[in-house]
Structures are given as structure tokens and as C-alpha cells.
Design a protein around this ligand. Structure first.
Ligand code: IPM
Ligand code: MN
Length: 358
């Protein structure tokens, strides 16, 4: 197996969280716990500055030849007003599309010591354990035609799904739910949108071949409400690109902080792992960002791309132990008494050294 991975720190807080993840990665490599080589490249705003393109060829080539990719975040204030093709976010979307990363997994779980950090009552969120399966390379994000009218007085996007796109993500959700509680909630807006009507039909067609899995359908507006009202009813949430984007930010707040949650974007032969939070330009460069989502994303990489669930579990317990010490970054701290990004990285490294089985 090719053991090369690509690190794409990106913009905003991306480089800071990447440095902390690399501290842990270097330790695992040096102590021969895992055999991985890594190299860096640019994506997003930094790539526009250095290469005139948010997804330059050099990054594309390195991405194709890597076994897995760890990504920090993209998005800058500086390039915010650029035309679409020259926005930092286009770099991320191009990466997802060219590698055909149609499966986006966003697990939502809570560490015990964070139960009182959520904006919801402890009772409602204490057992939360669900995963959002978001289709990632179609929908209104990529549908054509799109654009502004000639006089710039109107604009349009196209929400489009094909049967095969819906079926392949449904197949994946079913496989996943077989390893979990066997319950899928498919989220759409079939009372209004044709794409959602097709979505429902395809999900039902695929599900009918898997009688052990129970599938129910929910409208997106109701799902947004149910997620806050009674999150424990969910096991696997299967949804499209746009609804999945929105629901996953909402779900993150159940767990105390968006700074905690990792994600994996997978195709049949590639994996990109990134926190679900963005580049947070307001706190970038201040040593304030929570690096845990990045570290847990690296854990997902070990699990899904290197078949090392043991290491993913180790990283989870490392995080849990540090949080149990009452050490929190600013996003999770109610007082001025918080640890910085790099202090959190050091605490995680100390704990990793104690926990790792060499
Ligand atoms: C995410 C992000 C991206 C998305 C942006 C940065 C393009 O919000 O990964 O959730 O909308 O998919
Ligand atoms: Mn998002």
C-alpha cells in the first residue's frame, strides 16, 4: 500500500490546527507506531496567492498520488468577493469533485466531560451517537446551469440529482447502518422539490433490497427541529449535499462545540479528512482555535484509510482524558481560564505518549 499522505493546511486557522495534528503524527511515525510519509501542498486562498488558482495542478497531482489527505480549512476574507472560480471554497469543491468523494461522514458524538457545555439539557444529549451521511459531489453545489443574468439583476443555481448518484450514497448508508442500529432517516424536501421526489424513490428502491434496515423519510425543516428536540431518535441520517451541510453544523452544537467534530470524505479509492468547522478568520493566528476536530479527523484517516481503528480509538481516549483534566480551549471554556491551541496540542501529545502501545 502507498503510505504517502498529503497535508493541506489551507487558510485561517487551518495551519494552526494542522501543526498540532502533525505534532502527534510525528510522534506516531518516529516511534514506529505507523508507517506514513507526508508532504504538504496549498489549497484555497493560500493557493490563490501562491499559484493563482485555489486548486492548482501541483496539488491535484499530489492529491491523486496520495493514499489519504488531511485538510485544515479553506476560506479567507481577502478573497471573499472574488468570482466563484477564484474563491478559496472552489478549491475544496474541486478537490471533492475531481476525486469523486461522494461519501461525507460526519459522526456526532459527545465526550462525557462536555455534556454540560452543550446549549441543550444534559438529559437530551448525553447519549447522542449518530452519523450524518452527506452526499458530497452533486446537488445544487454543482448543478448546471448556474450564474448571474447579463444585467446582474438575477441569479440562478440548479439543484440536480441523478438516480445513480442517489443510489450509490444510499448503498453506502445501508452498509454503514448494518454495522450500527440499522435505522436510517433520509432527509429531503419532497413536498416541494422534484430532486427530493427522485431521492425518495431511489432510497426506497435500494432499501427494499435490504429488509433488515429500517428507513424512514423526514422533511428537512422537520429534521432540523427534531435534531434539537430529540436527537436520540437518529442513528444514520442520509441526506443530500446542501441539507447535509446545514444539518451537520446544527448537529455539532449538540456536542458542545463545532471545534470537536471530524469528518471523512470518501470515494472508492480516496479519502480526505477534515474538521467540519471552517477557517474561522476572526480567530486565525491567535492560538485560540480548538485543534481537537483536526486530531479526530486524523483518527478517522487512520481508521478508514489505514485500517487502524485501534489508533482512532487511542486518539479518542487521548482527547477524552485531556478533557477530563478540565483542560479546554476557549470555545469550550466559560471563563478566561482556557488553554491555547498549542498548549492543547502539547497536552494531547503528553497523553498520547502515555497511551500508545509501541
Ligand atoms: C463544509 C463547508 C464547505 C461546504 C464549504 C467551505 C464549501 O461548509 O465542508 O461543510 O459547504 O461543503
Ligand atoms: Mn459546512
Amino acid at each position: 500500500m502507498n503510505n504517502k499522505i498529503l497535508l493541506l493546511p489551507g487558510d485561517g486557522v487551518g495551519p494552526e490546527i494542522m501543526s498540532e495534528a502533525v505534532k502527534l503524527l510525528d510522534y506516531l511515525i518516529d516511534s514506529k507506531v505507523i508507517d506514513i510519509r507526508y508532504e504538504f501542498s496549498d489549497i484555497g486562498g493560500i493557493a490563490i496567492d501562491n499559484h493563482g488558482n485555489p486548486f492548482p495542478d501541483v496539488t491535484f497531482e499530489k492529491a491523486k498520488s496520495s493514499h489519504a489527505i488531511l485538510l485544515g480549512a479553506v476560506g479567507t476574507k481577502k478573497h471573499e468577493k472574488n468570482a466563484n472560480k477564484m474563491k478559496p471554497e472552489s478549491g475544496l469543491l474541486a478537490l471533492r469533485k475531481t476525486l469523486d468523494l461522494y461519501i461525507n461522514l460526519r459522526p456526532i458524538f459527545i465526550f462525557k466531560s462536555l455534556i454540560d457545555k452543550s446549549s441543550l439539557k444534559p438529559d437530551i444529549i448525553k447519549d447522542i451517537d449518530l452519523v450524518i451521511v452527506r452526499e458530497l459531489v452533486s446537488d445544487i453545489y454543482f448543478g448546471e446551469p448556474r450564474g448571474f443574468s447579463e444585467d446582474n439583476k438575477s441569479a440562478f443555481n440548479t439543484m440536480r440529482y441523478t438516480e445513480s448518484e442517489i443510489m450509490r450514497i444510499t448503498e453506502y448508508a445501508i452498509k454503514l447502518s448494518n454495522k450500527r442500529k440499522g435505522r436510517i432517516t433520509s432527509v429531503d424536501k419532497a413536498n416541494v422539490l422534484e430532486t427530493s421526489q427522485l431521492w425518495r424513490k431511489c432510497v426506497d428502491d435500494v432499501a427494499s433490497k435490504h429488509p433488515r434496515v429500517s428507513v424512514n423519510h423526514m422533511y428537512i425543516d422537520n429534521a432540523a427541529m427534531q435534531l434539537i428536540h430529540s436527537p436520540n431518535q437518529f442513528d444514520v441520517i442520509l441526506t443530500g449535499n446542501l441539507f447535509g451541510d446545514i444539518l451537520s453544523d446544527e448537529a455539532s452544537m449538540l456536542t458542545g462545540s463545532i471545534g470537536m467534530l471530524p469528518s471523512a470524505s470518501l470515494s472508492d479509492n480516496h479519502g480526505v479528512y477534515e474538521p467540519i468547522h471552517g477557517s474561522a478568520p476572526d480567530i486565525a493566528g491567535k492560538n485560540l482555535v480548538n485543534p481537537i476536530a483536526m486530531v479526530l479527523s486524523m483518527g478517522m484517516m487512520f481508521e478508514y484509510s489505514f485500517d487502524r481503528k485501534d489508533l482512532a480509538d487511542t486518539l479518542k481516549s487521548v482527547v477524552s482524558n485531556v478533557l477530563n483534566l478540565g483542560k479546554f480551549t476557549r470555545d469550550l471554556s466559560r471563563s478566561e481560564d482556557y488553554v491555547t491551541t498549542s498548549e492543547m496540542g502539547d497536552l494531547l501529545l503528553d497523553e498520547l505518549v502515555k497511551n500508545v502501545k509501541k
